[in-house]
Ligand binder design. Structure first.
Ligand code: XIL
Length: 318
């Protein structure tokens, strides 16, 4: 019986899951399921600043190493997530009274150290995550406030100095053609004009309640590709508005996964990561009020590692 990974390998398609280092350590079913069914991994949280930086001058790579090494040992495509983000910054950071120059040095050193450490192991980096706001304006963050809008270009250049990985801009809510993806289009077009080393755009594709229209996704992917960029689907999950579940939720979810995979293949996008391995581990239950707003069974495996209809649909879609 061919697995999802076999099907993906046969199409030269990269299919991944976001991983939790603890589950990897304590649960043999977890790593077995991942190794058999995926040819790509990304740490769900372990490479974020909050986890890597216990204090201003120190790093803790234990959990990130565990996931990255698991990926390398199992011959997988490893996606790094993420070097620059406004969320999940360490607690000490909030209290740090820095000068702009100190902030700049801190971010440059962070990128050099982290991207440099995994130079030979990480294949793609989400260098900058979620820098554009929902209305398409540039998001105001500690990075833009302290370093100016050039922090985005700088981050890509710093990463490029130490790694051969493909370098991505990654965001949510920009899967379809809309105000936000228009703004991201302008942003990356500007970066390319300025010879900033960017290789691709990551569309998170958290289909939570409102599912982006596959035709519009295809058009969107196409326009980024026409700029010479790669497009990856980086954090896919599929859930319903709470209370609006249809009669056959698992079937409808499966159809949507299939549509997206087929759309992806049609336009030549060959890389898709699901945001977690099984429904029991999905972030949606625990994040803010998402657990109340969405019914949280969004992934390809159920909580007991059973293959859901969505699993078969992705496999068949490939
Ligand atoms: C989420 C993780 O899944 C959660 O475990 C964590 O508590 C918060 O972050 N967009 C991103 C991801 O780029 O990093 C987020 O991951 C989900 C939204």
């Amino acid at each position: 019986q061919a697995t999802l990974r076999d099907a993906a390998d046969a199409q030269e398609f990269t299919i991944g899951a976001a991983l939790d280092p603890n589950a990897l350590r304590v649960d043999p079913s977890y790593w077995k399921t991942v190794a058999e069914n995926f040819n790509a991994v990304t740490p769900e949280n372990a490479l974020k600043m909050t986890r890597l930086r216990p204090s201003r001058h120190t790093y803790d790579f234990k959990n990130a190493d565990a996931i990255v090494n698991f990926g390398v040992e199992n011959d997988m495509y490893v996606r790094g997530h993420t070097l620059v983000w406004h969320n999940q910054k360490p607690e000490w950071f909030q209290a740090w009274d820095y000068t702009d120059e100190q902030l700049r040095t801190f971010l440059r050193d962070h990128i050099h150290t982290v991207a440099g450490r995994y130079r030979a192991k990480i294949d793609a980096w989400d260098v900058v995550n979620e820098a554009v706001d929902d209305d398409g304006s540039m998001r105001r963050t500690v990075w833009s406030d302290g370093l100016g809008e050039d922090y985005i270009a700088d981050a890509f250049r710093w990463a490029d100095e130490v790694t051969d990985a493909d370098l991505f801009y990654n965001d949510y809510g920009a899967d379809e053609i809309n105000e936000k993806s228009d703004a991201i289009y302008d942003l990356v077009e500007g970066l390319l004009e300025d010879d900033v080393p960017i290789d691709g755009v990551g569309l998170q594709l958290h289909a939570l309640g409102d599912w982006p229209d596959p035709e519009s996704i295809a058009e969107n992917i196409q326009r980024f590709q026409d700029l010479g960029l790669e497009v990856h689907i980086t954090e896919m999950d599929v859930a319903f508005h709470d209370g609006e579940e249809p009669e056959n939720p698992l079937e409808e979810q499966a159809e949507y996964y299939r549509d997206v995979v087929e759309t992806c293949l049609d336009v030549g996008c060959d890389n898709l990561v699901t945001w977690g391995v099984h429904d029991g581990s999905s972030w949606i239950r625990g994040f803010k009020d998402f657990g109340q707003r969405y019914t949280g069974d969004p992934l390809l495996f159920d909580g007991r590692y059973g293959e859901k209809p969505a699993y078969d649909a992705v496999k068949e879609g490939l």
